[in-house]
Ligand binder design. Structure first.
Ligand code: ADP
Length: 332
């Protein structure tokens, strides 16, 4: 029996390499905050990545780059368990057991599956169909009480909760815990195109740890209020993505000034972007310094991930033992 423990949160993200500002504001900052009041478990979902990647070339580097950004942003290995999903293979075992209580129709009906089929028609593999089952296995393996998810992932979490009910009913057990959704006040960060969610694959992202010059260049390319064609045209900050960024990265007085001046063409987009780039660079400077320091010693980062996997394994072993027992498998 487990002794009373801190409530647990679990979250994972596929290894997309160097993180962008959308990842930072939408997920990482929240991870950092949660580790203060929860036992936090964060995985780099390299197994999930296999469902869609065309090649595994660069996969290891992407894991490392992502971990560097996570740690530089303030996820602390002393407070959180951070590991690579493939390094805790117990999840694959739980996935198999869970797959027996999931109807195929449920999987094919999920909007996320339909979307992936549309995006990767040449590669509709079995793993892709089972993606939410593996995700459920991740969450349930660690008996997570809460899963911080954006609203787009809500159906997956509901799916995990249904699996728990099916599994516990089928084997007349209480071994799996229904995770609660911890709805995050996640802002949807719009990319430099001013239209779409910031995303690496759309090439509309601004990397967290880019150098100052690259950041300036990316900010210069940001689409502003498209109705403002000439410098002399008044603009509307309410529909301008550059202004949205100012609200996050610039002091209130500057935001108020831009809000006022933009509407009367007192400030042009070029100047407005220069100010944003300067503030963005200043805000991210400490993170970038920490990252550069960590990047000098990749072996240390692998060590932290290894240690994370060891700690995660202890929890995973407990669950697997209880699950086998509940199913009625002999443990000779
Ligand atoms: P995954 O496929 O694992 O969700 P992503 O790289 O798409 O990987 O996202 C990782 C995390 O960053 C997720 O929690 C996601 O919601 C968040 N995220 C990614 N892009 C944005 C964005 N533009 N705005 C807000 N949050 C984002």
């Amino acid at each position: 029996m487990e002794t009373k423990r801190l409530p647990r949160v679990y979250s994972a993200a596929r290894p997309t390499g160097r993180q962008h500002i959308g990842n930072y504001l939408g997920a990482i900052q929240n991870y950092v905050k949660l580790q203060e009041s929860f036992q936090s478990i964060y995985a780099i979902a390299d197994v999930h990545a296999l469902t869609t990647v065309e090649t595994t070339q660069g996969l290891k580097e992407n894991c490392l780059e992502m971990a560097l950004d996570w740690f530089a942003a303030g996820i602390e290995p002393e407070k959180s368990i951070v590991f690579l999903q493939s390094n805790v293979p117990q999840v694959m075992e739980l996935h198999t057991y869970l797959s027996m209580v999931v109807a195929i129709g449920k999987l094919t009906d999920l909007p996320t599956f339909k979307e992936k089929v549309r995006m990767h028609p040449q590669n509709v593999n079995y793993g892709l169909l089972g993606y939410p089952v593996l995700m459920s296995a991740d969450i349930l393996l660690f008996k997570a009480d809460f899963v911080p998810v954006g609203i787009d992932q809500a159906p997956h979490l509901e799916f995990a909760r249904e699996i728990v009910r099916s599994f516990n009913f089928r084997y007349q057990t209480k071994v799996l815990i229904e995770p609660q959704m911890k709805a995050t006040a996640t802002p949807k960060i719009i990319g430099t195109d001013g239209v779409n969610k910031m995303s690496k694959s759309l090439d509309n992202d601004i990397e967290l740890a880019a150098d100052e010059k690259t950041t300036e260049k990316r900010v210069r390319s940001m689409v502003t209020d498209t109705n403002r064609v000439m410098r002399t045209d008044p603009g509307n900050p309410d529909i301008c993505n550059v202004y949205a960024f100012h609200k996050t990265f610039s002091p209130a007085e500057l935001c108020a000034e831009i809000d006022r001046e933009c509407r009367v063409a007192g400030i042009g987009c070029v100047d407005c972007k220069k100010k944003l780039a300067a503030n963005l660079n200043a805000a991210l400077a400490p993170l970038r310094e920490r990252r550069a320091e960590l990047a000098k010693n990749p072996a240390r980062v692998w060590e932290i991930l290894h240690d994370g996997a060891q700690r995660a394994s202890l929890i995973a072993d407990d669950t697997i033992r209880d699950v086998r027992d509940a199913i009625g498998l002999a443990q000779a």
